[in-house]
Design a protein around this ligand. Structure first.
Ligand code: NI
Length: 159
């Protein structure tokens, strides 16, 4: 596995629509492994393939409950709303308020090519919505309510 270079806001690739994954190849598995490593290295809770420059419909998420890999994810049901701070590894050091569904059902393919449905609430629902948006060239900045603010990392606070 390897850390991949993150793409940042302003990079046109983040505004493109990613392509459906038709077949899981060794290259797909390498990409997924690298995406997880890159997400953990950057202390993110989610990462979508276009954020490492690959226009494929693959997202990885870990809200602290273990890694989730979703290929061709599609939100099939969304209920309720939640408003809260959201950030993105492609927009470092910033966060802003975004309203999202509080509960989503997502259909996706796993690394073995099997399709599943999973439910997510609160932070997981937010992460699923955020990462799925990346696959359609959308950033949370498009929906942010009010001003962005700077995030302060724990290490900065200590220094
Ligand atoms: Ni993001």
């Amino acid at each position: 596995m390897a850390i991949r270079n993150l793409r940042f806001e302003g990079d046109p690739i983040l505004r493109k629509t990613s392509k459906e994954v038709k077949e899981i190849t060794p290259k797909t598995r390498d990409l997924i492994g690298d995406m997880l490593e890159t997400m953990y290295e950057a202390n993110g809770v989610g990462l979508a393939a276009p954020q490492v420059g690959i226009l494929k419909r693959i997202v990885v998420i870990d809200i602290g409950e273990g890694p989730l890999v979703m290929i061709n994810p599609q939100i099939v049901k969304a209920e309720g709303t939640q408003t809260g701070d959201e950030g993105c590894l492609s927009v470092p050091g910033k966060a802003g308020q975004v309203t999202r569904p509080n509960e989503v059902t997502v259909r996706f393919m796993d690394e073995d090519g099997e399709y599943y449905e999973a439910e997510g609430t609160e932070l997981l629902a937010r992460a699923i919505c955020h990462e799925c948006d990346h696959l359609d060239g959308k950033l949370y900045l498009d929906f942010v309510e009010g001003e962005l603010h700077d995030t302060v990392s724990e290490s900065d606070e200590e220094e």
